[in-house]
Design a protein around this ligand. Structure first.
Ligand code: HEC
Ligand code: HEC
Length: 399
């Protein structure tokens, strides 16, 4: 599909939302409902709440079709040009439990019509579409699962059973947005630069570009503040990303960032408690048996206690739970992303299932755990021998 002038709509969320900002009084009332850093969270872990949260995480677009359909026209792009092979190439995943058994091996993976058929049966993870009787995609939106779920590749790479909370490190969100006619050439260059598994959740707000590694959404039950920069508790961030990034129809207000978006009906706020309970229920996947050397990891554990546990409390924890943030220089990080956030510093990342989600650090600057250890050895002048580095890596693999 060729870009048409009438479709060249800048993805400047603030401009769009400012136009429909309501009277300040209503905005203040909504601000009271925003989760705050001091909120004590008690999850409703009833089967009903967890089932609701799972459905919201997997299926709810919160009305974000207003962006993905009305602004980006991604529905047209997919219908005309995205066959399943292309979809898999940009990291989209197919839920093998939805189509009739065996059929995926027989369909034409080179035909866009197959993509439409898969969307019609809700088999593409994190993408929801309405398909009419003539097989036209009339509405299309995305869900949390787009970035925070993957599949186990049991049928073929990219096709298998869903794994919620596992970051989709193949997903090239930037490439997908760059396919649409709504982006300018300059925006297209930025979106195309991100690559798989990365996304900048502030580019549309401040125009700066420091893509982040999509993190796991599992293993967060004991973490007080979410994100690499500890912006706030989980529901704060869920509301931020839903409203400002997925472009959900809802409310998000943060005066620290100068963002006030209020759209009625608010299709986000009421869903946050169940969504939080579901995310908190997602345990980090267990370390595969035999995937690390136990004796070496024990030695590494002692090194970790000496050099790392002051921040990574107890191995899996974070000193952010006791209120600490870190200047980028303390861990030899690039400051650029932190400077764009409310706290201007980084949170000690809670270490969970490290074996599962390379690359590491907010910007993916360490491709492997060996890179993580040699980075720390250098910037924190630890003077570790090669054998000690090996032991530390084995310990990190065990977490
Ligand atoms: C387009 C991809 C994308 C979508 C869609 C998305 N996220 Fe994220 N998510 C990210 C990125 C990138 C980050 C890292 C942000 C940061 O740390 O500053 C993140 C961070 C998170 C975190 C913090 C993890 C941690 O270690 O603290 C949670 C939890 C989360 N997202 C849940 C959700 C939920 C729930 C939704 C749906 C409302 C959602 N995300 C939608 C990309 C996405
Ligand atoms: C001064 C506090 C501090 C110390 C000491 C420290 N870390 Fe970190 N660690 C951090 C912070 C902050 C981050 C987040 C950095 C970022 O992504 O920008 C981090 C991130 C990490 C990550 C990346 C996790 C992920 O999922 O991306 C790993 C792995 C890690 N640290 C391991 C270690 C090891 C091993 C040591 C000891 C050699 C160590 N850390 C020492 C604060 C610390």
């Amino acid at each position: 599909m060729r870009p048409r002038a009438s479709h060249v709509i800048a993805i400047t969320l603030l401009a769009a939302s400012a136009a429909c900002a309501p009277a300040p009084k209503a905005a203040d009332a909504a601000a009271d409902k925003q989760p705050t850093a001091s909120a004590v969270v008690t999850d409703d872990n009833s089967p009903q709440s967890l089932a609701d949260g799972k459905r919201i995480f997997r299926e709810d677009t919160f009305g974000d079709e207003q962006f993905w359909t009305d602004t980006l026209h991604l529905n047209d792009v997919i219908e005309k040009a995205v066959d399943p092979t292309t979809a898999l190439t940009v990291g989209l995943k197919v839920d093998a439990d939805v189509p009739p058994p065996g059929i995926l091996k027989k369909v034409d993976l080179k035909s866009p019509a197959t993509t439409v058929a898969l969307l019609k049966m809700n088999a593409i993870v994190g993408v929801r579409a309405t398909v009419d009787a003539n097989n036209h995609i009339t509405r299309l939106g995305v869900t949390c699962a787009l970035c925070h779920s993957t599949v186990d590749n049991s049928v073929m790479p990219g096709i298998g059973h869903r794994m919620d909370g596992w970051p989709n490190r193949q997903l090239n969100v930037g490439a997908i947005i760059a396919l649409t006619p709504a982006v300018t050439a300059a925006q297209k260059a930025v979106y195309s630069s991100w690559g798989p598994g990365k996304y900048d959740p502030r580019y549309n707000i401040d125009g700066k570009n420091n893509p982040l590694v999509i993190p796991p959404a599992y293993g967060l039950a004991d973490t007080k503040n979410e994100t690499y920069t500890a912006e706030g508790p989980i529901s704060y961030w869920n509301a931020y990303v839903a409203v400002t990034q997925m472009h959900a129809h809802g409310t998000f207000i943060d005066d620290r960032l100068g963002i006030r978006i209020e759209q009625t009906p608010d299709m986000v706020t009421a869903k946050l408690p169940a969504l939080r309970a579901y995310q908190h229920s997602l345990a980090a996947p267990a370390t595969p048996a035999g995937s690390f050397d136990i004796a070496s990891a024990e030695r590494g554990h002692r090194l970790f206690d000496g050099s790392c546990a002051s921040c990574h409390i107890g191995g899996k924890g974070t000193d952010n739970n006791i209120g600490v943030m870190h200047a980028a220089a303390e861990t030899g990080m690039d400051n650029a992303y932190a400077l764009r956030t409310a706290n201007k510093q980084y949170r000690t990342t809670p270490l969970r299932a490290l074996w599962q989600h390379a690359p590491y650090f907010h910007d993916g600057s360490a491709a492997t755990l060996a890179d993580v250890v040699s980075h720390y050895d250098r910037v924190r002048k630890l003077g570790l021998t090669a054998a000690q580095q090996h032991d530390l890596i084995e310990y990190l693999k065990s977490l």
